[in-house]
Design a protein around this ligand. Structure first.
Ligand code: HEC
Ligand code: HEC
Ligand code: HEC
Length: 460
């Protein structure tokens, strides 16, 4: 029997889901920035010293670059068009356009545990936007994370990644931003609590986590690999989510791409490193390209915050660029492929209950043996995003349902209904336990308590 339920095209996708990216990034990165900044504020000598040194080292003559020096934006149509493409690659729109707001007029509220940040207006309005900025000043911002008056930007703006962007690409993005309609809308003031509203505390974060400098190509690798690395590590700012956030809120180099829970938002961005817990080790290049660009693939579909990344950014990337990203992602270290070893026991009552619920409610779309119906209904057997140590994603998708984004390659996505009302905590835990452990999947059982806690997670 063919499933009949087909989701309507998510027309309002951009509006309802936009907040999500922002919140996740901010919650992640602000924790990065602010916990460190906060601890830096403590009156402890070594810390204070560190900050003093940092400020000395950081004393770049930012103000000198502040004034427009006549180096105006390029207006050649091909450069403006290239800039538009690069701005898509950087997903500027996701944060700098509020739901129902004007393009790049900012005003998107980003909630954090420390208060709320609002993205600024980056249209070419002279008073409220970046209309008076020079090409040079814009480039200094991208490279150093400082605005023309020398202020340090919060890392909710992906400066740690954008610093890798080349001068040429920065100029093209600037040319594009200067070509959009200026919007006369003042910026909202951030409402961060003390001490997080003190920008100078960002010295602490910068000392630990900000490494200024353009992307350096690796001459031992192919041109394609280097292009992929440039896009993934730079404009794509993929590590902003796909990285473990430690107690200090930063992430060490070794944890880049190792996956991590996005705080507040409660979605888990899986490892992309081909390690034992998820990873892309046994994905084909085509699977990765399909997933990133179309939002669906033989290996799974995108959902949650990743659906937005595909929707706003990756679907617009050329085949060539997405393939380059895939080539790079495939070479991230540690290639053990998916989880192996013995699976959790399946002779339990919970498993039996889950099996029954699965047959009743899920097999229609996902197949009797979890094989899915490619590519509209993702496979659940051998699907690493279900068997990861963190069970957050499968629990949330069962409770809330979802649909992949409407993309050029998949304009009418099929959806999954929410089961949060239909299944109580025990039943939902049972069916998630079932899909995590059936068919040779290597996930661990989940408890009804875990399900209950995730019922409170914000939807958008
Ligand atoms: C994840 C969210 C996010 C993304 C993606 C993002 N920004 Fe930002 N951006 C912010 C936030 C938040 C601020 C304000 C930070 C602060 O106040 O310190 C900001 C600040 C800025 C500023 C400084 C504006 C001013 O008036 O001081 C500029 C310019 C800017 N962003 C341009 C861009 C461009 C260009 C892109 C894409 C290449 C981009 N941003 C992508 C969140 C984002
Ligand atoms: C009407 C068809 C349909 C039914 C019924 C359905 N699903 Fe889904 N499921 C989908 C679609 C479509 C997606 C992709 C959703 C997305 O990308 O947002 C999906 C995605 C998922 C995912 C994430 C897969 C991945 O790639 O990571 C899980 C887990 C899942 N479903 C479990 C279930 C369970 C458990 C049930 C029964 C309780 C169920 N589904 C019932 C259609 C369905
Ligand atoms: C806003 C946070 C965020 C950003 C930015 C982000 N991701 Fe994701 N990504 C996620 C989450 C959450 C998931 C899990 C949900 C899913 O599988 O769709 C995910 C899933 C994935 C997956 C599927 C992994 C698997 O094992 O199923 C791939 C591949 C991926 N992301 C690649 C990327 C790349 C490449 C970039 C940069 C261009 C990127 N992501 C940027 C949050 C993010």
């Amino acid at each position: 029997m063919k499933p009949t339920l087909r989701s309507i095209r998510p027309v309002s996708y951009a509006m309802t889901k936009r907040r999500c990216t922002a919140v996740s990034l901010v919650s992640g990165l602000l924790i990065a920035g602010l916990i460190v900044a906060g601890s830096a504020a403590l009156p402890r000598a070594p810390r204070a010293l560190l900050i003093a040194e940092a400020s000395a080292a950081e004393a770049t003559p930012a103000a000198a670059t502040a004034t427009a020096t006549g180096d105006q934006a390029d207006t050649r149509p091909d450069i403006v068009k290239r800039g538009e493409y690069l701005a898509r690659a950087g997903d500027c729109v996701a944060c700098h356009t509020a739901p129902r707001g004007k393009l790049f007029a900012g005003g998107l509220a980003m909630d954090t545990p420390f208060g709320t940040l609002y993205s600024p207006n980056i249209t070419p309005d002279a008073q409220y936007g970046i209309g008076t900025w020079s090409e040079e000043a814009f480039f200094r911002m991208m490279r150093t994370g400082r605005t023309p008056d020398g202020s340090m930007l919060y890392p909710a703006m992906p400066i740690a990644q954008y610093t890798k962007v080349t001068r040429e690409d920065s100029n093209a993005i600037f040319a594009y931003l200067k070509s959009v309609t200026p919007v006369r809308e003042p910026n909202h003031k951030h409402t961060l609590r003390f001490p997080f509203n003190q920008r100078k505390l960002l010295y602490g974060w910068r000392t630990l986590y900000f490494r200024e400098g353009e992307f350096q190509p690796d001459p031992t690798k192919s041109v394609e690999w280097n292009r992929g690395a440039y896009l993934v590590d730079g404009l794509g700012h993929c590590t902003m989510c796909h990285t473990k956030i430690n107690m200090l809120g930063g992430s060490s180099q070794s944890e880049q791409f190792a996956g991590g829970l996005i705080p507040v938002q409660n979605w888990y961005a899986p490892s992309l490193t081909s390690d034992k817990d998820g990873g892309l080790g046994d994905w084909s290049i085509k699977d990765i390209v399909d997933l990133l660009q179309a939002g669906i693939s033989d290996r799974g579909a995108v959902y949650g915050p990743m659906a937005e990344v595909t929707y706003h950014s990756l679907q617009y990337m050329t085949e060539e660029d997405v393939k380059a990203m895939a080539v790079y992602l495939k070479t991230l270290p540690d290639k053990q492929g998916r989880k192996s070893g013995p699976s959790a026991p399946t002779n339990t009552n919970v498993f039996a209950l889950g099996e029954k619920i699965y047959a009743d409610k899920c097999a229609l779309c996902h197949g009797a043996n979890g094989e899915g119906q490619l590519q509209h209904y993702p496979p659940l057997a051998r699907n690493q995003s279900i068997e990861m140590d963190s069970a957050v994603n499968p629990i949330r998708i069962v409770l809330n349902g979802g649909f992949p984004p409407g993309t050029m390659r998949n304009p009418e996505p099929y959806g999954m209904p929410p089961f949060g009302q239909e299944l109580n905590d025990t039943d939902a835990a049972a069916v998630v336990t079932y899909i995590r452990t059936a068919w040779g999947n290597h996930g661990q059982p989940v408890t009804s308590r875990e399900v209950n806690e995730l019922r409170k997670a914000p939807l958008h």
